[in-house]
Design a protein around this ligand. Structure first.
Ligand code: SF4
Length: 333
C-alpha cells in the first residue's frame, strides 16, 4: 500500500491507515427528510446545532490547514445540507485557497444547486456529488444538475441509497439519465448509520444483486480504483457510456484502507462514520489550541484510531451491543 505514498509524510493510525481525506460538515440542518438519514418524525423532535455553536469560517480553515499539514489532500464539504449554511461560498473560497488541497468537493441534495452552482464554481470548488432519494420526486434537482454542467463542473457524482422496496422503474430512469448526461451514478447499500433510520439487514440489497440488476440492463466491466482508499468499487459500461460506483459498506466493508477523518459543524472530530463519540476540537481551539499544538493533537487523535465498524458490524450485532452512534446528518456520508 505505502509504495503509493512513499514520498509523502504519513500520519498513520493503529491499523496503519494514512490520514488522507477530511469530511467537514458545516451544518446539521437539511431541507430534505430522507428516511435513511433524517426521517421526518425524527427531524421534527430534535434540536439542531445553534448557528452560534457552529465552527466559524476561520476555525474551519485553520483546522483544515492543520489536517493538510498532516497529509490530507482531499476535502469534502458536507452537512446536513451544506448549501443551507450561511457563508458556504466563502468556506469554499478559503478551502480552495488552502495550499495542498488537491481535491475539494461538496455533497448536496441538489435542491439549491441551481442557485449556487456558478458561485461555487467561481469560488474554486472542484466537484459536486448529489445525493438523490429516489423514493420521492427528484425532478426539481435535475435543473440544478444542468446548471452545474453549464458552469463547468465535471465528474459529477450521483449517490443513491438502495433499499429493499424501492421502485425499480425509478432506479432505471435515473440510471438512464446519468448515462445520457455523463454523471457517475453510485449505488449505496443501505447502512445502519446513526440511530434513527430503522435499519435491518433484511432491508439491504447487496452490491452483488445491484451489479446483477444493472448488468441485466447495461453490461458492465470492473474497473480499477482511482486512488488508494476510494470508497466506491468502479465499473464501466461495456458500451462506453460512462461508469458507475458501488459503495458496499455492509456486504463488502472497506475499512482496511479508510483514510477519512470527519468534523461536525460544532467542531467534533470523529474517526469513523459510525463513531459513538468525538473529540471537542472547538472547545480546544477556544482554550488556545493552535498551530503546531493543534497539529499534534490531530495527529495523536488519528494515531490512536482503531475504528473499523463496518468490519465489526456483525460482531456488535451478535453480541447484542447497541451502540449510540453519531447521526449521518451530523457528519455527512
Ligand atoms: S466504517 Fe468507519 S472505518 Fe470503516 S470505512 Fe466507514 S468510516 Fe471508515
Amino acid at each position: 500500500m505505502h509504495h503509493l505514498l512513499a514520498e509523502e509524510k504519513l500520519c498513520l493510525d493503529k491499523l496503519n491507515r494514512p490520514l488522507k481525506a477530511l469530511r467537514i460538515s458545516i451544518t446539521d440542518k437539511c431541507n430534505r427528510k430522507c428516511s435513511y438519514c433524517l426521517p421526518e418524525n425524527y427531524a421534527l423532535n430534535r434540536p439542531f446545532i445553534k448557528e452560534d455553536d457552529y465552527l466559524s469560517i476561520p476555525e474551519i480553515t485553520s483546522i483544515a490547514r492543520s489536517f493538510v499539514k498532516l497529509g490530507v489532500d482531499k476535502i469534502r464539504i458536507t452537512g446536513g445540507e451544506p448549501l443551507l449554511r450561511p457563508g458556504v461560498v466563502e468556506i469554499v473560497e478559503d478551502l480552495s485557497a488552502t495550499a495542498g488541497v488537491r481535491d475539494l468537493s461538496l455533497t448536496t441534495n441538489g435542491l439549491l444547486l441551481k442557485r449556487f452552482a456558478r458561485s461555487l464554481k467561481s469560488a474554486g470548488l472542484g466537484r459536486v456529488t448529489v445525493g438523490i432519494d429516489i423514493s420521492v420526486d427528484y425532478s426539481n434537482i435535475l435543473t440544478g444538475l444542468d446548471e452545474a454542467k453549464r458552469v463547468g463542473f465535471k465528474n459529477t457524482k450521483i449517490n443513491v441509497v438502495i433499499q429493499r422496496g424501492l421502485k425499480q422503474e425509478s432506479l432505471l430512469k435515473l440510471t438512464k439519465y446519468c448515462r445520457d448526461n455523463e454523471l457517475i451514478l453510485r449505488f449505496i447499500e443501505f447502512m445502519d448509520a446513526g440511530n434513527c433510520n430503522n435499519w435491518a439487514p433484511e432491508e439491504v440489497i447487496s452490491a452483488e444483486s445491484i451489479i446483477h440488476w444493472i448488468s441485466y440492463h447495461f453490461p458492465l466491466v470492473a474497473s480499477d480504483s482511482n486512488y488508494y482508499g476510494e470508497v466506491a468499487s468502479r465499473y464501466k459500461y461495456k458500451d462506453g457510456k460512462g461508469e458507475i460506483g458501488i459503495i458496499a459498506s455492509v456486504t463488502k466493508p472497506f475499512c482496511r484502507d479508510c483514510t477519512r477523518a470527519r468534523i461536525s459543524a460544532d467542531g467534533k472530530f470523529y474517526n469513523c462514520l459510525f463513531a459513538s463519540s468525538g473529540f471537542d476540537l472547538k472547545k480546544a481551539l477556544h482554550s488556545g489550541l493552535e498551530g503546531e499544538a493543534l497539529e499534534e493533537t490531530l495527529s495523536s487523535l488519528w494515531a490512536g484510531r482503531i475504528d473499523r465498524y463496518s468490519e465489526e458490524r456483525q460482531l456488535f450485532r451478535n453480541s447484542g451491543i447497541k451502540l449510540k452512534k453519531v447521526e449521518m446528518f451530523q457528519i455527512g456520508g
